[in-house]
Ligand binder design. Sequence first.
Ligand code: ZN
Length: 343
Amino acid sequence: MTMHDALRYSRQIRFPPVGPEGQARLAAGRVAVLGCGAVGGAAAMPLARAGVGLLRLIDRDLPEASNLPRQICFAEADVAEGLPKAVAAGRHLQRINSALVVEPHVVDLTAANALDLLDGVDVIVDGTDNLEARYLLNEVACRLGIPWVHGGAVGSEGRVLTVIPGQTACLRCLVPEPPAVGVLPTCDTAGIIGPAAMVVGGVQAAEVIKVLLGQVEATAGRMLAFDLWAGQWRSVDLAPLAATGCPTCRGQDFPWLEGRLGGGTTPLCGREAVQVMAASGGSIDLAGLAERLAGVAEVSVNRWMLRARVEPGIELSVFADGRAIVAGTRDEARGRAIVARYL
Ligand SMILES: [Zn+2]
């Protein structure tokens, strides 16, 4: 370790479970953060500050003003600039720590890309906003044998669960069947306060550091659940669930990864927008599309995405991986119609 790093990280090196050896392990650590919004961003920032070597930032969306009360990787200028969240968050985190290697991926996690996208890291942070993505993440982690840290926040409540495949209960052990659509509260229906997401992200970051240091005994096998408004904190022992396991963590059944479950349209939590697949499985020539749309709309394009104000109140964002987000409506049929009209 350089003198500069010994000084920079001196306080956390002094914390006995870290020490100089632990700091070196953090520097070699590779972490995927799936979703760079409220929870994912709040987990990524302390990891960048702690000196983790690599962050693979995966997000399908772009920042908007209603994200700012809780998404700590973004500022007003990011909303105005309109870069994808993964890129904007990566740039912000590298300003905090120039030694950090950032891998931004502007994509939607799907059964087709999940194994490639999440392979080769030491631990995965769940910063997603829907259960469908979490089941898929759980299956990828169990199949690849990569620890992952589940986190979720809504209202003033949050929960964190660290899954060590082969050792602890997994998400499917805890929730064997996905609940019906509309049953669970979401940020859209129940609202959310920023501190709930920031606590979840902070706890997740601590769990990631434990995993990277090989010290998971402290909380593995327990789920933390809290309500900041009621001032309640609970730690639930999941050891009885781990004793039997489930078909996924026993390595027998991966229905989401194999496409037998899921694959429908996914809502964009907290946004007046719908996502539509514009080109299935293929990439889109953004520069060519920009030329075609130039006559009918105000268009801006960069290497990741194209934005076009196609109709009053409607903004179309098209990503290189074949997705389109139609902002300004929640009507899926209208979203599909707009995509069909302009693409
Ligand atoms: Zn399981």
